[in-house]
Design a protein. Structure first.
Length: 127
């Protein structure tokens, strides 16, 4: 006697989870980075990893903003946060680079220009 059973499928309860939807066609309500933004951010990240300054990152996609956090070590606090906040797009610019202490280093409309604050600049060597 062989019994056929349906496979067990676990689904989260829809009522208790904010943002969960029954249909897969419903658009996401989270702010995200697009391909070009991620390319610019990951290019900078790759250069910093190659130089040994950065080692880890995290991406948080929230309702009102998307955050790319950079770490020196994975167990430490974030050195920098690169944020995209669409609510500020017309006022101060959607993109901002924020230091560990909360200081906004640069903010603007152009992501590459905002990221330039994190680029290594040649310094003056005194004799």
């Amino acid at each position: 006697m062989s019994e056929t059973t349906d496979p067990i499928v676990f689904r989260p309860r829809q009522a208790g989870i904010p943002g969960a939807s029954d249909s897969a066609t419903e658009p996401s309500r989270h702010t995200t980075f697009d391909r070009y933004e991620l390319t610019a951010i990951l290019d900078l990240y790759g250069r910093k990893v190659a130089s040994g300054a950065w080692r880890d990152y995290a991406i948080d996609l929230l309702r009102d903003k998307a955050v790319f956090s950079v770490y020196r070590k994975s167990s430490e606090y974030a050195l920098y946060r690169i944020e995209k906040d669409l609510r500020l797009a017309r006022k101060q610019g959607a993109y901002s680079v924020i230091a560990a202490g909360g200081l906004i280093m640069k903010r603007g409309q152009d992501l590459k220009r905002v990221l330039s604050v994190l680029e290594d600049r040649p310094g003056v060597i005194g004799i």
